[in-house]
Ligand binder design. Structure first.
Ligand SMILES: C[S@@+](CC[C@H](N)C(=O)[O-])C[C@H]1O[C@@H](n2cnc3c(N)ncnc32)[C@H](O)[C@@H]1O
Length: 211
């Protein structure tokens, strides 16, 4: 099922500004290997938000080989400098991310940490201006307890896969991953500590501000 009309998805991609060849290579790798990166339209939206709030400290959970990281590093650099935490449990992906960010010339803006991302966040001093969450979906609700201790008041949380390829609409789907997406959505949209909505780009971005 196409959740976003193909014409709209296509239009958003054509509106995404030019990016370095290395980022295009990362997009090609995702197509070749079916690796779930956020893609150019959602990446550009994340970049735009980071620019708008002038984010200098950004923490990413579930960073893969660094494509979303590249968008955030670009924003931090244009905001005058800062740091993006890249966290992933896979050693090879962490290594690949370092190689790509190095080739982009932005590696000095990124801290690469291998391990379980929520645990890495728990062990890292806040506060952060922006946190981006793209870990295994069953882990979303528990991650929120840690995120709330690390985001500055007024800080922004972006959570990928809010639409979960449409599975959130299938009532009979009670899998841990689908329930994880439903639960974090419910908490972010009903808890008075948060103001949140879903931005329907690609697989849906939960977009929330912490008070
Ligand atoms: C969806 S992919 C990341 C894509 C990346 N955010 C991007 O858009 O370029 C998620 C990655 O994080 C890893 N991952 C998932 N849950 C994790 C967790 N709890 N801790 C650390 N890594 C995790 C997965 O193995 C995978 O490599």
């Amino acid at each position: 099922m196409d959740l976003i009309a193909p014409e709209v998805a296509q239009l958003l991609e054509t509106l995404t500004p030019e990016r370095p060849d290395i980022m295009l290579q990362m997009e090609q790798r995702a197509r070749d290997t079916a690796f779930p990166i956020i893609g150019p339209a959602a990446g550009h939206f994340c970049y735009l938000v980071a620019r708008m709030i002038r984010a200098r400290r950004i923490f990413e959970l579930g960073s893969g080989y660094g494509y979303s990281t590249a968008w955030f590093a670009r924003a931090v650099r244009e905001n005058g400098g800062g740091m993006v935490w890249h966290t992933v449990r896979d050693e090879a992906l962490s290594h690949d991310a370092q190689r790509y960010l190095d080739a982009l010339g932005w590696a000095d803006l990124v801290r690469f940490e291998k391990g379980e991302s929520v645990e890495r966040l728990r062990l890292t001093d806040g506060p952060f201006d922006l946190i981006f969450n793209d870990i295994d979906k069953a882990g979303y609700p528990a991650s929120l307890d840690v995120i709330e201790t690390k985001l500055r008041p007024g800080g922004v949380l972006i959570v990928d896969n809010a639409l979960w390829s449409g599975r959130v609409f299938h009532e009979e789907d009670r899998s841990a991953s689908t329930e994880g997406v439903r639960e974090i959505t419910r908490r972010l949209t009903t808890d008075p500590k948060w103001t949140a909505t879903i931005v329907p780009i690609r697989d849906g971005l939960l977009f929330a501000q912490y008070h």
